[in-house]
Design a protein around this ligand. Sequence first.
Ligand code: NAP
Length: 325
Amino acid sequence: MRRKPYVFITRELPDSTIEPLLDLARVSMWEESDRPVTRRRLEVEAAEADALLTMVSDPVDRELLEGAPNLRVVSNMGVGYDNVDLEAANELGILVCNTPDILTETTADLTFALLLASARRITEASELVRSGSWQEWGPMLMAGRDVYGKTLGIVGMGRIGTAVAKRASGFNMNILYHNRTRKKETESVTGASWVELEELLQESDFVVCLAPLTEETKRMFSYEQFRRMKETAFFINASRGGLVYEKGLVKALEERQIAGAGLDVFEEEPIDPGHPLLSFPNVTVLPHIGSASVDTRKEMARMASRNIAHVLKGYRPKAIVNRVE
Ligand code: NAP
C-alpha cells in the first residue's frame, strides 16, 4: 500500500485553515504559534516530509532542502519568499509556492497607517498621554507633517504598491514610483508617474519601500539614498528589512538628513531592544505585521494549505515562484 504523504507545518495554525490537507495527508504542526520551530525539529521533519508549510521567518536553505529526500513542495505563508533558497529548490526539483494577492489590501492598509502614524507622530503622541507627561494643550504640541497633497514616492510599484497609491490618491497626493519596468496600467488607474530612483528620492515627502528582497535590492537604501531625500521627508519600509542598511539609516537620522522613518520590518527580526533605531522618537516601529489581520492571516494559511493539496493531487498550483516542471 502506498504511504500517505506527510505534511509538516512550522507554526500552530487554526484547524479550519488546514482542512484541504486532512484527507490527503498525515499532518503535523509545530506546537507553538508565537515561537518559530527550532532548527533541529525542522531538520528532523523535513527529512520525512513530502510537503512543508513554512513561515517567512523560517530559513529554508540548501542544507535543509538537501536533507529532505521526499520533499515535493515548500508552501510559504507570505507573498515574499526571500527566506527560501530558490536556486537549491530548482536544482532539487522542489516546488516553492507563496500566497500573493489575498494580502495586498491588508498590507496596503498597514503601510498607509505607518505613513500616517509617522507623519502625525501618532505613537509618540500616544506615549505622551499614557506616560502622564501631557501637561497642557499647546499650539505646536506634537505638531507633525501634512500628508494630504504631498508627494509620495513608491519604490516597488507592484500589487501592494498600487493599492497604496490608490489610497494616496484619496489624499490628493502627487504619486511618483520607481520599478525596473514602467506599469502603464497602474499609471492610468492611480495617476502615478515613473521616475528614476534619484528623482524619486529628491522629490518625495514620503518614500515608501515595497520592492521584494532580492540580490539586486539588498541594502538598496543606505546613507547615500537617505542623504538625497528632503530633510522634511519620511522613509517608510513595509517590505523587508534587508533592503535597508540600518547603520546608514541611523547615521541619516542622527544627522537629521530625514525627518523620520516608519518601519514594519528589520534586518534582524525580532530587532534587539537595544538597537539604536529604537532610540529615535521620530521612528515608528512595528513587529512585521503588514498582512496581520485575522481574516487575511487565515486566508493566507488556507491558500498555503491549498497549494500543498494541489501538488499532492498532482495539479500545478497557480502560485509557484520557481522554475520546476
Ligand atoms: P509584487 O507585486 O511582485 O511587486 C513588487 C514590485 O517591486 C514589482 O512591481 C517589481 O517591478 C518591483 N521591483 C522588483 N525589483 C525591483 C528593483 N530592483 N527596483 C525597483 N523595483 C523593483 O509584490 P507585492 O505583492 O506587491 O509585495 C511586495 C513585497 O512586500 C513582497 O516581496 C514582500 O517582501 C513585502 N510584503 C511585506 C509584508 C509585511 O508584512 N510587511 C506583507 C506582504 C508583503 P519590476 O519587476 O518592474 O522592477
